[in-house]
Design a protein around this ligand. Structure first.
Ligand code: KG4
Ligand code: ZN
Length: 327
């Protein structure tokens, strides 16, 4: 089956074509227009998706060396995300599916992040534990079997990606904060400042990052001068330490042999390295290539194909759900 994937939940306009679980083309256009604002401006993002989608789909078909008539289905993100940007992608996808008369599948963006691991590692086996870390979510899932999810831990306030983004803003570093903080941290000392790690007591699988952010704000307001590299590295380490501790705890509690990391923050090498270092040898840990961790449409097309093969398609009148949950 050949599937077109469309992703427009935030500020990445992404289009991909997958065939039989393999990527034929994967285009991501990251909107630079928001850089001046220090965050995503929803209406501007929606207009950008509208401006780019048609062009990117033509380019994607071209790269995959196929025509519209070769497509068997369209997968499109229906949530969670910004209402306006989701609507742009879904409206486009609905129009296209009607005009060429192929099925459409509304896809949960969070589920697609998880399935990016199955796209990268087709032999991955259940049951597994997943650390899902993106701009809006920080959760630990126990996935017993396909589409069978149990939430083990969630954040009480900010998500890990949000902690990176807000930290970068406090430090005047721009958006998105994760990759910028990671880069600056390379030359800093992660032991320089002892930032707080919340909810570390035994067996706790919840997260909280708002205290960490406040503590950074105090430091920046109090100290006249500080070493930006050391502050960034210590701040990053405080986030990563908590993520890794809780992931290992969940793996232990559920006694699984496989664990995966998904979402934009999974692109962070400090996170990847620490998990690799701390995890027991007998446990396999997987994370996809960086371009499949951050928002992309290959994960959308890949998951849509799984649904389509099971005959699970969406009615044409399905709605976008900005606060869609995994379960
Ligand atoms: O999954 P994603 O691309 O979009 C959402 O679904 O939210 O995740 C975006 C988040 C942002 O908060 C961004 O700062 C963070 O992922 N991120 C990173 C890195 N690359 C992206 N955080 C830490 N290190 C990175 N290298
Ligand atoms: Zn995402």
């Amino acid at each position: 089956m050949i599937i077109l994937g469309i992703e427009s939940s935030c500020d990445e306009t992404a289009v991909s074509i997958c065939k039989g679980g393999k990527i034929l083309s994967n285009i991501v256009s990251s909107q630079q227009i928001h850089n001046d604002y220090g965050g995503v401006v929803p209406e501007v993002a929606a207009r950008e998706h509208d401006r780019l989608l048609n062009h990117l789909i033509i380019k994607s078909l071209d790269e995959a060396n196929i025509s519209l008539n070769d497509l068997n289905g369209i997968g499109v993100t229906k949530g969670p995300g910004l209402a306006g940007t989701l609507l742009t992608g879904v409206s486009f996808a609905k129009g296209l599916s009607q005009s060429i008369n192929i099925p459409i599948i509304g896809i949960n963006h969070l589920e697609a992040h998880i399935y990016a691991n199955f796209l990268a590692y087709p032999k991955l086996k259940y049951p597994l534990v997943c650390l899902l870390v993106s701009g809006g979510h920080t959760q630990i899932w126990y996935i017993k079997n396909i589409f069978d999810y149990e939430l083990l831990g969630d954040t009480r306030d900010d998500a890990a990606g949000e902690a990176f983004d807000k930290g970068a803003r406090v430090l005047g570093l721009g958006y998105p904060g994760g990759p910028i903080i990671e880069k600056i941290s390379l030359k800093g000392s992660s032991n320089a400042i002892n930032f707080p790690r919340a909810l570390m007591e035994k067996d706790n699988l919840e997260f909280s990052f708002s205290g960490l952010k406040t503590s950074l704000l105090y430091l920046v307001n109090k100290e006249k001068s500080f070493d930006l590299k050391d502050v960034a590295a210590s701040y990053q380490k405080a986030i990563i330490d908590v993520l890794v501790t809780k992931l290992l705890r969940a793996v232990n509690i559920k006694k699984v042999n496989n664990c995966i990391i998904a979402g934009g923050v999974a692109a962070n090498n400090c996170l990847r390295n620490l998990v690799d270092e701390k995890i027991e040898d007998k446990i396999n840990v997987f994370y996809p290539d960086i371009n499949l961790c951050t928002d992309n449409a290959a994960m959308i097309a890949f998951l849509a194909e799984i649904y389509l093969k099971k005959g699970m398609t969406s009615n044409i009148d399905f709605e976008v759900i900005p606060n869609l949950k995994l379960r």
